[in-house]
Design a protein around this ligand. Structure first.
Ligand code: ZN
Length: 349
């Protein structure tokens, strides 16, 4: 890349207007014939040529969030005179060409662009030879079938609509298509230095088809620029990375939770020997296995409370027991005794 970027842009709908007015009965003006003959290799007659109007490009924001400035359009109108148009996507049309013999900056005051500017476009007149080979194509153009035109040119500057930075020299952090304080970030294409060619493209899947950046995806129906595809691929890679990090984190948390559960269950088993001695460790473990971690914590809290309660009653019971050697044992002591017996019994098994 030298001091300018090559861009391919597709003009909006209705690029080629019905050419009947111009083509009918060889109605090519003498002025137009003079311009055509400046480009032709030999002197052509009006009946030999078919002329049609074509909108080459405009200042509408395209799907890449790029647009030509009005001054760029004026320059392009000059640069495209004499440039050849090709019939892309049509193998039969390999040798069919048309040529622009005049072009001008045109205005449509009734219409404004997405960014709020009055609509401007480059309207051109093109001619092609009325040969047998071109007959079908001429009929298609007359019938309004061939609608889209894309242009290939080079631009010297790509200006950020938010801060005015030139993307090619001092890239800024503003992202095309994002809004900043309610204002859309676009890259404004300025200072076209050369116009290479223009081409008819197959009727796009959607109206207002924006950009076909280059040949690689040109004959697919995706309607995405290589830049957009690159952005999607980068986003996918980023999401995959984030997903990996999250998966590791989940595994980490799972092992922490498993450890916490295991600790809570052993604590419940230990406490259970005191207050539910008839339940063996395996039974408690099985019951606990069905509980959520929150339920486990609640269960542990309750069982601990019971044990504390029993322990607070214990010295009194023991006192009575040792003093009177009577049957005044508290229920708590009975349960502890039974817990001990039960535990040792189970341990022997
Ligand atoms: Zn910026």
């Amino acid at each position: 890349m030298t001091n300018s970027d090559v861009v391919n842009k597709t003009a909006a709908v209705g690029s080629i207007e019905n050419a009947n007015a111009d083509s009918g009965n060889g109605g090519v003006s003498a002025e137009d014939m003079a311009l055509i003959n400046q480009l032709a290799r030999r002197e052509l007659k009006a009946e030999e040529v078919y002329v049609f109007p074509v909108t080459l490009c405009d200042n509408e924001t395209d799907r890449d969030c790029e647009r030509f400035s009005v001054s760029a359009l004026a320059k392009l109108a000059e640069l495209f005179v004499g440039k050849t148009g090709i019939f892309d996507h049509d193998p039969k049309g390999a040798n069919q060409t048309a040529r622009i013999f005049r072009a001008e900056l045109a205005a449509d005051e009734s219409r404004s662009t997405r960014s709020g500017e009055p609509y401007r476009c480059v309207k051109a007149m093109a001619y092609m030879m009325r040969t047998e080979k071109n007959a079908d194509l001429i009929a298609e153009i007359d019938g309004g079938i061939k609608k889209e035109v894309s242009v290939c040119c080079s631009v010297g500057r790509k200006i950020c609509s938010i801060c005015g930075a030139d993307e090619r020299r001092q890239p800024c952090t503003h992202i095309k298509g994002e809004y900043y304080s309610g204002k859309l970030c676009e890259k404004i294409l300025e200072e076209p230095s050369d116009a290479y060619e223009w081409s008819f493209v197959a009727i796009p899947a959607q109206p207002n088809a924006g950009v076909t950046k280059s040949g690689a995806f040109a004959d697919r129906k995706y309607d995405l620029s290589s830049e957009e595809i690159g952005m999607i691929a980068a986003k996918c890679a980023e999401l995959k990375r984030e997903n990996g990090v999250l998966e590791n984190r989940v595994a980490e948390l799972k092992s922490v939770e498993d450890k916490a559960r295991a600790d809570a269950i052993s604590e419940i088993i230990r406490l259970g020997r005191f207050c539910v001695p008839s339940f063996g460790a395996e039974t408690i473990k099985a019951v606990c296995g069905e509980m959520s971690y929150a339920q486990l914590l609640e269960f542990k809290k309750r069982i601990r409370k019971d044990v504390m309660k029993e322990q607070s009653e214990r010295p009194k019971s023991v006192f009575y027991n040792s003093e009177n050697n009577e049957t005044e044992e508290s229920g708590g002591l009975q349960r502890i005794g039974s817990a001990i017996r039960n535990t040792s019994f189970r341990m022997k098994r």
